[in-house]
Design a binder for this molecule. Structure first.
Ligand code: SF4
Length: 373
């Protein structure tokens, strides 16, 4: 398949792995920001091709994983109302809240629907004028333009039974929070290519300069990731800290300006709480005043709801690259995809789900033993 097969070609993969081995003279810890990259790394065993001195840690770029428990609880509360049709992408349904998940609401008879675009939810609202239709607007900068389009369209056509439950987060403030933490061990980043396709790369330049950390904008296929790692390690070895673009086939320095304009038109930057991490200043998007009639939290009077996270789930440490999934005591035992304790075990981009799906049990067991030594 075009744009897939050539980026998975085995001989080139091994050539890049060899180039990384030649380039590496010291230990380096590199974080891939996006959960899609994590899944590629674990699925294709790319980390196993790297020299021992290169450690990959998994970042916070799984939007489902970082959605805080109280937002799941708010979604559950709204979806449980008899006059509501609650629309969401599929992988939010099994994420546990402090009590129930959206899937449990659906099983109890709630009208919870999986949609593939926020515009599908707009259509559902047009077709069901007697119901309140709510879309769970989760995601990074990648999904924000489509959600902004849905809200702008709802306003344009005067759709008063449509609203969105906003859980938008932004990548650069999360990278700054990781780098500012006293526990930080990340020395270089593979930034998420699809986020940069929307936002461009300029907002990473001050981060690279201030924290002296190379940031390589990287795609999602095995060759993308190995080339991104090669560029990152080469910078580290040469003492450089720059923004480089591995994913040039999709990313321009200025990004997608019309999409950015749409985001700015509908959303404003707000402080946002991240699951397992806490509040990060100016790290999310909320609706602008001109669009606040479409804010489901306000419409349903849920703005002040708070909830406790599972004390057993260490997803905050996993999402900041401090621990790996197999270092969680509940991994594969008390936390499985069927009975998850945390979102990273059920999201299609979650690091715990990647380890559970692609690493054999025995392998994970020996990794656990290695971590305990
Ligand atoms: S294995 Fe489960 S409990 Fe542990 S960090 Fe991952 S999601 Fe949380």
């Amino acid at each position: 398949m075009k744009f897939i097969d050539e980026y998975r070609e085995a001989r080139s993969v091994h050539r890049f792995a060899e180039a990384i081995r030649r380039e590496t003279t010291r230990p380096w810890t590199i974080m891939e920001v996006c959960g899609g990259q994590t899944h590629s790394i674990v699925k294709f065993g790319l980390d196993e091709l790297l020299p021992q001195d290169v450690t990959l840690v998994h970042g916070p770029g799984c939007p489902v994983c970082v959605t805080p428990v109280e937002l799941i609880d708010k979604a559950v509360e709204i979806a449980s109302r008899p006059d509501v049709i609650f629309c969401s992408f599929g992988d939010m349904l099994r994420v546990p809240g402090s009590g129930h998940s959206l899937l449990e609401v659906k099983a109890r008879g709630g009208d919870v629907r999986i949609v593939y675009s926020p515009l599908d939810a707009v259509k559902v609202a047009q077709q069901n004028p007697a119901k309140q239709v709510v879309f769970f607007a989760v995601g990074f900068e990648t999904t924000a333009p489509a959600n902004a389009t849905a809200v702008a369209q709802a306003q344009r056509i005067g759709l008063h039974n449509f609203s969105i439950l906003v859980s938008h987060v932004l990548v650069p403030p999360a990278m700054v929070a990781i780098l500012s933490s006293p526990q930080n061990r990340v020395q270089g980043f593979l930034a998420a290519g699809h986020v940069c396709a929307v936002m461009g790369t300029t907002e990473y330049e001050p981060i690279a300069a201030q924290y002296r950390v190379p940031i390589v904008v990287t795609g999602f296929e095995p060759l993308d990731i190995l080339q991104g790692l090669y560029l990152c390690i080469r910078q580290l070895e040469e003492g450089r800290a720059e923004v480089e673009n591995q994913y040039a086939r999709a990313v321009r320095r200025s990004g997608n300006e019309p999409a950015q304009q749409l985001i700015r038109e509908v959303f404003r930057v707000v402080h946002r709480k991240w699951r397992g991490v806490g509040e990060i200043p100016e790290s999310g998007l909320g609706l602008r005043e001109a669009y606040e009639e479409f804010d489901a939290e306000k419409r349903f009077g849920l703005a002040q709801m708070v909830a406790e996270e599972s004390s057993e789930c260490i997803s905050g440490l996993v999402l900041r690259g401090i621990k790996k999934p197999h270092e969680c005591g509940a991994f594969g035992t008390r936390c499985t995809p069927e009975r998850p304790l945390g979102a990273p075990m059920v999201s299609s981009e979650g690091a715990c789900a990647a380890y559970y799906s692609y690493r054999k049990r025995a392998e994970v067991q020996s990794m656990k033993l290695g971590a305990e030594k």
